[in-house]
Every structure is written in structure tokens, then in C-alpha cells.
Design a protein around this ligand. Structure first.
Ligand SMILES: *Cc1c(COP(=O)(O)O)cnc(C)c1O
Length: 240
């Protein structure tokens, strides 16, 4: 096994174990939480190794890079788009993507729905919510979403599978908790409002530094990048 493969193997093991530990600690079944390996900063060769190790749910933040990589790697990979999507990139990305985490407007949702109808696809998406209300953050506000829920849920070709959020980037993990809890409470409110307790099953929240808190607050998808590739620059450059 190459140095890169060995290091990746250890990192994946470590992350998977930490995710499972967090579940057990909070009384959740580890099968409820899935890992999206975020490959946006990873070299393609590392991504290939990751897939070899059995990690086939991958996240990219740029549509073009997702498509390039989807065309070069095995079709077994389930690609997730986690970064901003412009309406003019919907047609490019839709045939390759299993889940779009970052739908942040009705206009974008409408475009996805109409392109999907043309291409005869049934895409799954998450609505990105700016729970903390920071001006710099992408996403719908909780109020927009609850007020407009009937419009969001009126599209037929696209399935809204859940919600996504990013917590504020701070040192103190307890700053993240209100965002994650807020997302779950928002989901519960929409369920109650619409009388459908099965709505929005997926909660995409938690990254390398805050996934444990996110799992405690109900995450079903954690998006982890840097932890998986830790130490790889060095091992790659000393490999020869
Ligand atoms: C980059 C990125 C991640 C992964 O971040 P890490 O801190 O590297 O784990 C997760 N979600 C989104 C939306 C990202 O852009």
C-alpha cells in the first residue's frame, strides 16, 4: 500500500470511528448518520484511493470540478454538490449529481425543476438555511422558508429531501450548537405546519471541526474534508 493510501486509510478509519462514537454517545444508531467526504481540496489521485477504500459518497463545492471528476471516476460514486449553484450551471451538473445541498432560492429551485423535467431526471435537493442570520452566509432565512413553504414544496420534478446549514466559524464549539439545533427545530416546525411528520428527513450539518455537535443535534449527513486528508501533503512529497 502506498503512503498516501495508508494515511488515507487511517484517516477514514478515525473519522468513521469518531462519527460512530458520537452517535453512540447521544443514543443514536450509527446507521442514521452518513459521511459525505468533501474532496474539493484533494488531488484526484487521493480521491481515487478514497473510493478504493469504499468511500463512495463524495462532495464537491464547484459544479465544474464535480462534473470533471464525475466523468473521470467510477460511476459507483454518489456525487453531492455542497457549494453555491448558479442557475446557468444547473444543466451542466444535474446529470451527475445525486444530491444538491445548497439550494438557496425559489428561482434556483424552479430552474432545477424545469431542467430536470426536460432531462427526465428526478433530482434530490436540500434547502440551505442561514440559521445564524450572519450577513455573510448563503442561505434562506428561517422566516422565508416557513412563510414560503407551500411554494417550495409545490415543484413536482424535484424532491426536497431536507435542510442544510453551516455554523459560524468560531473556536468555541458551543457557538455552533444553536445553528444546528435551530435547523432541526425549523424542520420540526415545517413538519408540524404541514401535518407531515415524515417531511425533510435529511439534515446536512457538521464539518471537520464541529461534526460531533451536529450529530448530537440530529445531523444525518456530515460533510467532512480536511480531517480526511490530514497529513497527506507531507506523505505525498516524501513518497519518492
Ligand atoms: C469545504 C466544505 C466542507 C468541509 O469542510 P472541512 O472543514 O474541510 O471538513 C463542508 N461543507 C461545505 C459547504 C464546504 O464548502
Amino acid at each position: 500500500m502506498s503512503d498516501v493510501a495508508a494515511r488515507l486509510h487511517r484517516n477514514v478509519d478515525h473519522v468513521c470511528r469518531s462519527v460512530a462514537d458520537s452517535c453512540v454517545r447521544t443514543g443514536r444508531d450509527p446507521s442514521e448518520v452518513r459521511l459525505v467526504a468533501v474532496t474539493k481540496y484533494a488531488e484526484l489521485s487521493w480521491v481515487r484511493e478514497l473510493v478504493q477504500l469504499g468511500q463512495t459518497m463524495l462532495g464537491e463545492s464547484r459544479p465544474q470540478q464535480l462534473v470533471d471528476r464525475a466523468e473521470r471516476l467510477t460511476p459507483d460514486v454518489e456525487w453531492h454538490l455542497i457549494g453555491p449553484l448558479q442557475r446557468n450551471k444547473v444543466r451542466l451538473v444535474l446529470p451527475h449529481v445525486a444530491l444538491i445541498h445548497s439550494v438557496d432560492s425559489l428561482r434556483l429551485l424552479e430552474r432545477i425543476d424545469s431542467v430536470a423535467a426536460e432531462l427526465n431526471l428526478r433530482p434530490r435537493v436540500l434547502l440551505q438555511v442561514n440559521v445564524s442570520g450572519e450577513a455573510s452566509k448563503q442561505g434562506l432565512t428561517a422566516d422565508e422558508l416557513t412563510a414560503d413553504w407551500s411554494r417550495f414544496s409545490s415543484y413536482r420534478q424535484v424532491e426536497i429531501a431536507g435542510l442544510m446549514t453551516m455554523a459560524p466559524l468560531t473556536e468555541d464549539l458551543d457557538d455552533a450548537r444553536p445553528s444546528f439545533r435551530g435547523l432541526r427545530e425549523l424542520r420540526d416546525k415545517i413538519r408540524q405546519q404541514s401535518g407531515n411528520c415524515g417531511l425533510l428527513p435529511e439534515l446536512s450539518m457538521g464539518m471537520s471541526h464541529d461534526f460531533e455537535v451536529a450529530i448530537e443535534e440530529g445531523a444525518t449527513l456530515v460533510r467532512i474534508g480536511s480531517l480526511l486528508f490530514e497529513g497527506l501533503d507531507e506523505s505525498a512529497s516524501t513518497a519518492d
